[in-house]
Write a protein that binds this ligand. Sequence first.
Ligand code: FAD
Length: 271
Amino acid sequence: MNTTRTVAIVGAGYAGVLAANRLQASLTETERLRMSIVMVNPRAVFIDRIRLHQLAAGTTDAATIPLDHVLHPDVTVIVGEVTRILPERNGIVIDAAKGPIELPYDVLIYAVGSGAPPSIPGGASSHSVGTHDEALMAGAAVRRLVPGNRIVVVGGGATGVEMASELAEENPQMDIALVSAGPLLSSLPQRGRKYVKSTLAFLNVQVVENERVVHVDMNFVELEGGRRIRSDLTIWAGSFTVPALARASALAVDAAGRLNIGFVGHHLWCG
Ligand SMILES: Cc1cc2nc3c(=O)[nH]c(=O)nc-3n(C[C@H](O)[C@H](O)[C@H](O)COP(=O)(O)OP(=O)(O)OC[C@H]3O[C@@H](n4cnc5c(N)ncnc54)[C@H](O)[C@@H]3O)c2cc1C
């Protein structure tokens, strides 16, 4: 009789890799014989998401690390996308290179992170730094611009501020604007916000606060009140949507599609 217990981890981002490594490293010799930790991720690389704005700005040329460089060697990797969770039979369906497979699990760790930007009218004309592929495309678009062109970064949180400042440092010949739906870095204390704003001013980044972008066009972004700001390239660095996996699996989710924490039981952990 096979008594091996399987911990399946969906998503090899920061949360998934840390969970896998810590769990694997915590096992005793006997437990190692009885427990298998399986990581499922669409690619055999770890995406260093906190470097994606640098990839787009051109201040780094790589933001991926082979998974076997960051994962405990005893963790098994399956390259594929989990398309459905079947909690009623403790299984996940994986769209792998050789076709769909079903992996039974005893414990499932859900660590899928976030990714694409939300849909706003005309949003297809903008770029994003939410995923590796998008950041690469944003970087290619930045490099097609000519001096004097304007890049509008949408999003007044840490990612937007980092994106705008990195672009301004690397491309002083460009005109950079940062548009924030609310106050810039609203979670920071006043002193910190003042410091960030003075740094952005030093870098010649034009900051537009308390203005929501409602439409993105090839040549402008439109704000809620109808005002337009010229934009030769728009980069989305606002909030990102969450993967549809939990919703597609008919699990309880919140309005944004995040797995409802109330669902977390002894079979499912949330990353
Ligand atoms: C440009 C940028 C800069 C940032 N800078 C910072 C920073 O300086 N400091 C900070 O704390 N945070 C920063 N963040 C936020 C940080 O990147 C996220 O908080 C972090 O990535 C979340 O980690 P995670 O493991 O939950 O998800 P992720 O890192 O997004 O990893 C999720 C993994 O799950 C995989 N996955 C998704 N769906 C499936 C599926 N169905 N099947 C299999 N695998 C799946 C994905 O491919 C991915 O590998 C930044 C984000 C961005 C975009």
